[in-house]
Write a protein that binds this ligand. Structure first.
Ligand code: ADP
Ligand code: MG
Ligand code: MG
Length: 892
């Protein structure tokens, strides 16, 4: 018999934290907290296997599920001294979803289930509090109707708003028992009107309806979108938790709240959270009332006059604080917890690893390692490499002028500027057209995540630090200002008003998620500081990793940036970029247009001093670190003018007539340039080009070595090699030039000549090519193009469809295709090493900065990866994680 249902509560549980695959995150942690003796309302978890079964079997449950649920429910009833559907002491339950990975806001929870026209009376009598009973009933009708029956909540909100207006009431808490009773009647009428059948009165129908809705919601659009954005497989399924209700809405000795064991925004080790007195469930996150601070310190910091929990319920607060310490020490990680206080008794309803900003993640990881709670290795594994990106980018220049429109809560740090849009759909549409947008909403809901994902930043006018917008933005690393209450948003007119100004759709604003400021226009930014926790973690990272990290750079600025980020050399210096400078392109074109070798050499001689200076600059910045220079790679026609007007300009500058230029351009035209006359094929046909480049490299190396005393060891890289013979011919010329330079300058230094492996033939013939090549650098952009036989520039039109149809798991230009391109790399590495055991191996494609691809490089045993400057820290961290075994399982 399969066990489909696991009970928890009252100090014991059938499940454990490490059973999250089966019980979902919420269920596993409810079980764990029960086992730890933390007060958790009793309940049971229906496993994720039931969800999988359900979808595999045409939306049918396993035959013995009902029986197991009834058994577990009986245990809950005994624990609570109440009975489901009972007319004297009715048990109420919540039905809560809980997937393996936390999916905030994705799945809907139903509270107060088990109420009907009769049990509500029983509850009123048993609690001696009719107001509470009817308040719970109206909540239940609204939630159940919305989540299970598909009657949207605005129907009910309108009824309530109208009623409050009639009576001149502000708060829900001011509504009396009799009024709730009357409103319940109107709610039920509304449901009947919308559905053509009455609100279900049978508590078993209610229960199974809710369970079905949770499983159903696993396949709703927003859950599917969330899974797609977070790479969560559909077959994981969700669990369902059925749990006895505890009530935060029974009076002023009751409350409900959300808290974090440390500050999720800064990482500071301080108790952090919000709560509401006499409230239930999602009232805190829904932003209906302004939440109160947990601690006195936080209340003072916010200069709020609403009392903190520490002041208003000191004993329960102390108990909650003890749970905080216990859970954090137990899980060895920052926790995000949900709790309810019923008549001064604390109940924990959820704990999970808390979402945090990267800044907080770094601080928490480093602090916890120092506190001895985790090891340094664990600290390294805690940071997602990609997420570092947020820290490396600019923040608002404190000296820049800011025209402040409004202030909200600093919900997710970082600065963002963009054009204002007022809906998630508009955000997606505008971004698709190439615009940068800031999404402005009164509040966000799970339907908005697509738009939130593409926006530069998110601004809401309602909701607190734990509102949907805040939580999701922090998770995505999007800057967010929440609850900017002084801003008036008019969705219809597409305009926001603040500080006496109007901002229309398309106008630019800037938000600062670190301070909560909202500003008119675009505010300039400054470079980030790379000290503190970041520097500490990076030090630890560097002691663990064995892959070196170099950068792809050709300008001094890029090289300097990369050094600052910890690059250990240049893995790819593309020399063609150096010729586009207005002064040089003239000589370059002269060279291309010259009728013979003599003419070409004359033009190249003019380029030589520029090229030499380029290398001098780079070698100086790199201070003796290795620099790999790739000789000219693109086809020559890329340097020629394209339009008539440009041709006329060139004619004027060079003294060559337009007709000649046109003729030469036509002559050089190729139908498939990617596979045409480029790479070493240029060096073979025009040896003088590579000779000039080699001369510039050696002369620069000699000069810098001599002057600085730090010996430069240049690595000269030949692109697009397919045969050993090509390399041999070119290497011979390079060696000759080296000899000439060394003799002339009376100075010698070591250098390497190697090749890119970017053609399948080169990968297969690597054993032979390694007889001449002293290093290989895998040019995985071209290797991917040539292996798949598709051009990166043209793949856009179909790759997305291929991904949707599951043909490609990832875009192979972003994440290395391990099976195909990866196999070629593995073959080349192995054959290369067989010929030349100490051959240097690196990768210099886009993939050099992609964590999953870096894990592959570690496995194949490459010596280094090379990536763009801003990805260097990401690559360092990913390399350390790869050394610690991350990503290994997916390599199998
Ligand atoms: P989510 O996954 O969206 O956080 P939850 O299942 O945690 O949804 O439910 C949301 C809120 O509902 C909880 O934070 C809690 O305040 C309330 N809640 C859930 N179950 C109970 C319960 N058994 N008793 C009281 N409140 C509950
Ligand atoms: Mg929810
Ligand atoms: Mg929750």
């Amino acid at each position: 018999m399969t066990k489909w249902v696991y009970s928890f509560g009252a100090g014991t549980a059938e499940g454990r934290a490490d059973m999250r695959n089966l019980l979902g995150g919420k269920g596993a942690n409810l079980a764990e907290m029960s086992n730890l003796g933390i007060p958790v309302p009793p309940g049971f978890t229906i496993t994720t296997e039931v969800c999988t079964y359900y979808y595999d079997n045409g939306n049918q449950y396993p035959a013995d599920l009902v029986e197991q649920v009834n058994e577990a429910l009986k245990t809950v009833e005994e624990g609570m001294g109440a009975k489901f559907g009972d007319l004297t002491m009715p048990l109420l339950v919540s039905v809560r979803s809980g997937a393996r990975a936390s999916m905030p806001g994705m799945m809907d929870t139903v509270l107060n289930l088990g109420l009907n026209d009769e049990t509500v009376e029983a509850l009123a009598k048993a609690s001696n509090d009719p107001r509470f009973a009817y308040d719970s009933y109206r909540r239940f009708i609204q939630m159940y109707s919305d989540v299970v029956l598909g009657v949207e909540h605005h129907h009910f909100e309108e009824i309530l708003e109208r009623h409050k207006e009639d009576r001149g009431l502000n708060l829900d808490t001011e509504v009396t028992a009799d009024d709730w009773k009357m409103l319940v009647g109107q709610y039920k009428d509304k449901v009947a009107e919308q559905l053509g059948r009455p609100f279900p009165q049978d508590v078993q129908d209610q229960l199974w309806g809710a369970i079905g809705a949770v499983f159903g919601s696993w396949m709703n659009q927003r859950a599917i979108t969330y899974r797609r954005l977070h790479n969560i497989p559909a077959n994981w399924g969700t669990a369902v938790n059925v749990q006895a209700m505890v009530f935060g809405n029974m009076g002023n000795d009751c409350a409900t709240g959300v808290c974090f064991t440390r500050n999720p925004s800064t990482g500071e080790n301080e108790f952090y959270g919000e709560y509401l007195v006499n409230a239930q469930g999602e009232d805190v996150v829904a932003g209906i009332r302004t939440p109160q601070q947990l601690t006195k310190a936080a209340r003072e910091a916010q200069s709020s006059d609403l009392p903190s929990m520490e002041e208003c319920m000191p004993e329960v607060f102390a108990e909650l604080n003890a749970v905080r310490h216990k859970l954090e020490a137990h899980y060895c990680d920052m926790q995000d917890m949900e709790f309810t206080v019923q008549k001064n008794k604390l109940w924990m309803l959820q704990t999970r690893g808390g979402k945090r900003t990267v800044k907080a993640a770094l601080k928490i990881a480093v602090d916890m390692a120092r506190e001895g709670l985790i090891t340094r290795k664990q600290a390294i594994m805690r940071i997602e490499p990609q997420a570092l990106d947020q820290l490396l980018h600019p923040t608002l220049d404190p000296k820049a002028k800011r025209e402040i429109l409004a202030r909200g809560l600093p919900a997710s740090p970082g600065a963002a500027s963009g054009k204002v849009v007022f809906s998630a759909e508009d955000a997606e549409e505008w971004v698709a057209k190439g615009e940068k947008v800031v999404l402005v909403r009164i509040e966000t809901s799970p339907e908005d995540i697509g738009g939130m994902h593409v926006a530069q930043g998110i601004l809401t006018t309602r909701g607190g630090m734990t509102s949907h917008a805040a939580v999701v933005a922090r998770g995505m690393g999007r800057p967010c200002v929440a609850g900017a209450g002084d801003i008036r948003v008019d969705y219809k007119a597409k305009v926001l008003k603040a500080a006496g100004k109007e901002v229309r759709e398309g106008d630019v604003i800037t938000i600062d998620g670190s301070t909560g400021q909202v500003m008119l226009g675009e505010v300039p930014t400054i470079q980030p500081e790379l000290t503190g926790d970041f520097a500490t973690l990076m030090e630890w990272v560097d002691t663990i990793r064995n892959l070196r990290v170099r950068t792809n750079a050709e300008t001094p600025l890029d090289a300097q940036t990369a050094r600052k980020f910890g690059a250990e050399g240049i893995g790819l210096c593309r020399t063609e970029h150096m010729f586009f400078d207005p002064q040089r392109i003239i000589s370059m074109r002269e060279m291309i247009l010259a009728g013979d070798e003599k003419g070409r050499r004359a033009a190249l001689a003019k380029l030589l001093p520029y090229q030499r200076q380029d290398f001098i600059d780079l070698f100086e910045i790199m201070q003796g670190l290795p620099v790999t220079v790739r000789l000219l790679d693109p086809p020559l026609h890329e340097f020629l003018p394209h339009t008539e007007a440009e041709m006329a300009d060139v004619a004027r500058e060079s003294g060559i007539d337009v007709a000649t230029i046109k003729a030469r351009a036509e002559q050089l035209h190729e139908s498939n340039p990617m596979l045409g006359h480029r790479g070493c094929r240029l060096g073979i046909t025009y040896p003088e080009i590579y000779e000039m480049q080699a001369q510039a490299i050696f002369e620069a190396a000699v000069e810098v070595s001599r002057r600085t005393g730090k010996t430069v060891t240049p690595e000269i890289m030949i692109p697009l090699v397919g045969t050993k013979k090509e390399l041999d011919l070119l290497k011979e010329a390079i060696d000759r030039v080296a000899e000439e330079v060394f003799t002339a300058s009376k100075y010698r230094l070591d250098y390497l000549v190697g090749t890119m492996i970017e053609l399948p033939r080169a990968a297969l013939r690597a054993g032979q090519i390694a007889e001449s090549a002293e290093f290989f650098s895998f040019g995985t952009n071209d290797l991917t193009q040539t292996t798949f036989g598709m051009s990166r520039d043209d793949a856009g039109s179909f790759v997305e469809v291929y991904r949707q149809k599951g043909i490609y798991e990832n875009d192979p230009f972003a994440t290395l295709d391990r099976d195909g391109v990866g196999e070629l790399i593995a073959i080349a590495a192995e054959r290369g090493r067989q010929t030349r055991p100490n051959i240097k191996l690196g990768i210099c494609g886009e993939h050099g900065g992609d964590p999953a691809s870096i894990a592959f490089c570690q496995k194949v045993g490459l010596d280094y990866v090379s990536c763009s400057p801003y990805r260097v820290p990401i690559a360092r961290l990913a390399a350390a994680q790869a050394a610690l075994g991350a990503g290994a399982e997916s390599l199998a």
